[in-house]
Ligand binder design. Structure first.
Ligand SMILES: NC(=O)c1ccc[n+]([C@@H]2O[C@H](COP(=O)([O-])OP(=O)(O)OC[C@H]3O[C@@H](n4cnc5c(N)ncnc54)[C@H](OP(=O)(O)O)[C@@H]3O)[C@@H](O)[C@H]2O)c1
Length: 275
């Protein structure tokens, strides 16, 4: 199965489907990421705060897959925002991953009360210039945070990674991204299992019509919306299921019926409040 790539605003490209490792137990990470790589995933989304960068690194090393065929993202944690601490944090992440660079480094949350995200973004510009991350971006940024970055720095983030699923579609952030060349990465693409998204009769009916699972339908909706997604699963069977998205297509009516499910249903933290 070939995963399509999307072009980033810095001329690089990103596989539209990856594997996320939030809440993957550090002791199980090497095995689970190895499963994902065997199944065919080439894009892994981790973060310093997940505590499992070493496991991701071990799976990469054991895979024998050439480095330039992989796309690895990690993130700067809130407590490490600031110039010196950001430089130290990327070095620590690279050491844990066993890599000399990542493909994408993100500011994990804007943490507006700290008021360090503009300074941290300038540090990420330096990290990119030093070759420690090929591309740089942000996560959980609201439009007001993106506007400040645009007004006070020279680089437009390549991506904004935000909570996004059929119950919480983030029209303001996705429109800003569309207008400014920022790719939207959807975290919690399945609603983190906290909503009965996969049991909704409309989703189940679409899945039955395509002889697919509800999870595949929701993930396919994301793909057709143009989002980058990296669903997480601990189960090899589901990891394989979530990878099989490119041999069927939702009709425009099915796509719009899922888009009509918006209900402002955030499952994670409020980016304006997390500090
Ligand atoms: N930037 C941020 O602040 C942020 C925040 C959260 C997440 N993320 C990133 O986004 C990634 C994905 O989001 P997420 O892990 O929070 O949530 P998610 O992918 O929406 O949901 C994961 C949940 O769905 C279940 N699941 C996975 N595949 C399934 C399937 N085919 N059928 C039924 N259930 C299935 C998993 O259970 P099992 O494991 O039991 O299969 C798990 O409980 C993360 O791993 C992380 O890389 C970023």
């Amino acid at each position: 199965m070939t995963v399509p790539s999307l072009e980033l605003n810095d001329g690089r490209s990103i596989p539209q489907l990856g594997f996320g490792v939030f809440k993957v137990d550090p002791d199980a990470t090497e095995r689970i990421v190895s499963d994902a790589l065997e199944i065919g995933y080439r894009h892994i989304d981790t973060a310093a705060i997940y505590g499992n960068e070493e496991g991701v690194g071990r799976a990469i090393a054991a895979s024998g897959i050439p480095r330039d065929e992989l796309f690895i993202t990690t993130k700067l944690w809130n407590a490490d925002q600031g110039t010196d601490s950001a430089h130290a944090a990327i070095d620590t992440s690279l050491e844990k991953l066993g890599l000399d660079h990542v493909d994408l480094y993100l500011i994990h949350w804007p943490t507006p009360k700290r008021d360090l995200y503009v300074e941290s973004w300038k540090a990420l510009e330096q990290i990119r210039a030093a070759g420690k991350s090929t591309s740089i971006g942000v996560s959980n940024f609201l439009v007001e945070h993106l506007e400040r970055i645009a007004g006070e720095t020279d680089t437009v983030p390549a991506v904004n990674q935000i909570e996004l699923h059929p119950y919480h579609q983030r029209p303001a952030e996705t429109a800003y991204g569309h207008d400014h060349g920022i790719i939207t990465e959807a975290w919690g693409p399945l609603g983190q299992g906290k909503y009965p998204l996969l049991e909704l009769p409309e989703i189940v009916a679409i899945a039955d019509a395509h002889e697919r699972t509800p999870a595949q339908v929701v993930l396919r909706w994301h793909i057709q919306q143009g989002h980058v997604v990296f669903p997480k699963s601990n189960s090899r069977e589901r990891i394989a299921e979530n990878f099989a998205l490119f041999d069927f297509e939702l009709t425009p009516t099915e796509q719009s019926s899922i888009s009509a499910m918006e209900r402002g249903g955030r499952v994670g933290g409020d980016p304006a409040e997390i500090n």
